[in-house]
Design a protein around this ligand. Structure first.
Ligand SMILES: *Cc1c(COP(=O)(O)O)cnc(C)c1O
Length: 451
């Protein structure tokens, strides 16, 4: 019985799957934060290369993966699909649990799946330098790696509290040649304005995004890169689900339920979108996004137009949102703290095509520990939300005495997140449900847009 299902290198998919033509209805327009009118491709050219702007709205179901990108994918792709025999045994479940492991990339997560093509399309468009932001450093290290591979300069604005408290991801970025700047910084108007008012500011993702966008918008040689949420990011990540489908076919199985953790939506889209297409063609399959109760965007947010960042400089999208001034509680160790969500994932949730569930962090760490003990791999805290979802499905199958095939995405390893595990083991993690009142309050600040 196979535990690990590998595809040969020449089976790395040659095309990404674009879900846009298969969406249940037309996409809502993206709105300019200044004019409150729909953005045009020209509005986006100072920030993104044309190749990515085209993908953002492409009507083509299949989009070729450039050979230069596949060559680098080869470093860790095709990624393995594992059957979690030992976890099944530990749970005593009749369910079959499969997981796709994305932690084998150089940066340790799924994020290089999009960082590499983003750097590639920038390179061929003549970009010399990329400015981006990072919270804890997963995206920053991935874009640093990608820029290194294509000979681009890279500047990453890193939220100051992480810059000081999580130095290892910073070191990874520097190792791959990036310049890492603690945000807020004195390099941008946005940063200087914050520092003038709050010299001791710890920073936030919203502020770091504003600094990176300003940097890119004000320099001819520089463009911006985002690691989640956008349509082209979800597109690049579909390589996960496309490979997984082929690997499951080798195992002679097809999933009853597909599960991914959800922060901005990219790894969930990656594992889920290729199966959404099957569902539209009549397959009986559930596709479930797992999010934290401390940042319950899909389960407690509203499906409305909102800004992508706190400083209201980023485009406005129709998505599930908790409000752009949502302040994630610092007590949460498990990542996944963005106020919004991918517009594509949001539309699918709204249409009832995919489901969303929220789980508290202690239950996720408990699942991660059981997973590490049975399967060996130490999951990223973000990924533990997907593991919780898979374990709950397997326990339900046990209760019902039914077989069930479960597929989940293990989006990354947790080797650089051991302080979060320390906090869990020393009983310092609190479960936290974001209060309804606070959500209601921040939802009163949505932009007035109707399209
Ligand atoms: C960034 C990250 C996530 C969350 O981002 P999505 O865009 O929702 O996928 C999940 N898991 C890992 C390991 C990450 O680094």
């Amino acid at each position: 019985m196979d535990t690990k299902i590998l595809l040969p290198e020449d089976r790395i998919p040659k095309q990404w799957y674009n879900i846009i033509p298969d969406m249940p209805g037309p996409l809502a327009p993206v709105i300019h934060p200044g004019t409150l009118q729909p953005v045009t491709p020209d509005d986006l050219l100072p920030l993104f290369p044309i190749g990515l702007i085209e993908q953002e709205v492409s009507p083509n179901r299949w989009i070729d993966i450039p050979d230069e990108v596949r060559d680098i994918y080869r470093l860790w792709r095709p990624s393995p699909l594992f059957r979690a025999h030992r976890l099944e045994k530990a749970l005593g479940t009749p369910a079959k649990i499969y997981y796709k492991y994305e932690g084998g990339s150089p940066a340790g997560s799924h994020k290089p799946n999009t960082a590499i093509p983003q750097a590639y399309y920038n390179k061929i468009a003549g970009t010399k330098r990329i400015a981006s932001e990072t919270g804890a450093g997963q995206w920053g290290s991935s874009i640093a790696l990608a820029c290194q591979m294509f000979g681009l300069e890279c500047t990453v604005y890193m939220v100051k509290v992480s810059f000081n408290q999580k130095p290892y991801r910073k070191s990874m970025m520097q190792l791959w040649g990036a310049e890492v700047i603690a945000s807020p910084s004195d390099r941008t108007n946005a940063g200087r304005a914050i520092l003038a008012e709050h010299p001791d500011s710890n920073g936030s993702l919203g502020i770091a995004i504003s600094e990176a966008v300003e940097d890119a918008a004000t320099r001819e040689d520089t463009r911006y890169a985002l690691g989640s949420v956008l349509n082209h990011v979800c597109l690049h990540q579909t390589i996960i689900g496309l490979e997984a489908k082929e690997q499951l076919a080798i195992a002679g199985d097809y999933p009853d339920v597909v599960i991914g953790c959800h922060g901005g939506g990219s790894n969930f889209a990656g594992i889920g979108f290729p199966f959404v297409a099957d569902k539209a063609n009549g397959k009986n399959i559930r596709i479930v996004a797992m999010e934290p109760t401390s940042c319950p965007t899909l389960t407690k947010g509203v499906y409305e137009f909102d800004y992508g960042d706190t400083a209201k400089m980023a485009p406005i999208s129709k998505m599930y949102t908790l409000g752009h001034d949502f302040m994630p509680p610092g007590i949460h160790a498990g990542g996944l703290r963005y106020h919004g969500a991918s517009p594509l994932v949001s539309q699918l949730v709204h249409a009832g095509v995919v489901e969303a569930l929220a789980v508290p962090q202690n239950a996720c760490f408990e699942a991660a520990v059981l997973f590490s003990k049975s399967e060996g791999i130490i999951p990223a805290p973000e990924s533990s939300h997907a593991i919780r979802g898979a374990i709950d499905e397997a326990l339900k199958a046990k209760e019902e005495g039914k077989e069930r095939v479960i597929l989940f995405n293990l989006s990354g390893h947790g080797h650089v997140d051991m302080t979060a595990y320390d906090a869990y083991f020393s009983g310092k993690l609190e479960d936290y449900e974001y209060p309804e009142e606070a959500i209601k309050e921040s939802l009163t600040h949505l932009p007035k847009v109707s399209f």
